[in-house]
Design a protein around this ligand. Sequence first.
Ligand code: SAM
Length: 295
Amino acid sequence: MPRPQGKPAGRVTPVANEEMSRNWREGAAGWVANEAIYDAVFAPVTAAIIDAAALRPGHRMLDVGCGPGTLLAAGVAADATSVGVDISAEMAEAARHRAPEATVVVADAQVADLLTDGPYDRVLSRFGVMFFDDPAAAFANIRRACAPRARMAFACWRGLDENPMFTLGSTLLTERLDPQPESPPPGAPGPTAFADADRLSSLLEDGGWGSIDVDPLDFECDYGVSGSDGVEERLATVLSSGTGRLAREQLLPRLGPDGWEALVDDVRAELRRHRVNGSLRFPGAAWLVTAENRA
Ligand SMILES: C[S@@+](CC[C@H](N)C(=O)[O-])C[C@H]1O[C@@H](n2cnc3c(N)ncnc32)[C@H](O)[C@@H]1O
């Protein structure tokens, strides 16, 4: 029985996904500040998405959860008409700055009317589609803004168990939190919402997508940017993550500035211990997903 596919709504509809919207409003500054680090670490993912999307000059492409606009810039470079949608105004502003030729809309991709700047021949996303409280409705809404046979290509994370990305360095901070944060149930909106490939395929099908392929994308997260050993780069991303922000908010008053700095030094030391051949690197496990608009 297909799930309901959601209603098309106005251009800016701040009703759905409020928690994730707040999360990304608060997290945007850190993500934007560390844009160059993420671009280096996720370069293999970006390349895989671009390759899978088979963008051609003249295509209209939509980047969902565009953040500071890495894929938008690639779309512009490929002479595609490039449109980004992001729920965070700060991310959108950064994307406009990076890709001035692109159109960037601040909206919730689950419910906003995305057709205004469509219809799209290509939908791309790098880690921007896992935050919907009703993913089938979101995939249906995105599809409604697409041309018949439009192609979607995105990357999303596999499970926590395969991805040190979500623990390396941050566990030392989480351990000190009181109360301990609750683990979200499997499939809850968040980075690893689509760890289960079968569930992801069903959600896409319910959203009206066909020819669905969900393939493992294994890559190396190498934080050694521009010849560095990657420790400070990883530390910067840990401290600006949701866990890092929560830890600072809770622990700085409790430990005082010296105690907090000592804890940050412990994280630094932990990261140093994980360097391999001179730089901090570890496996990344994602899905590379392609699908076609059945309409
Ligand atoms: C992990 S970041 C990835 C950003 C960017 N794609 C990149 O790779 O740098 C996830 C992005 O999805 C956006 N996002 C989350 N939920 C969204 C929603 N419902 N509609 C549109 N964007 C959303 C966030 O604001 C954030 O910019």
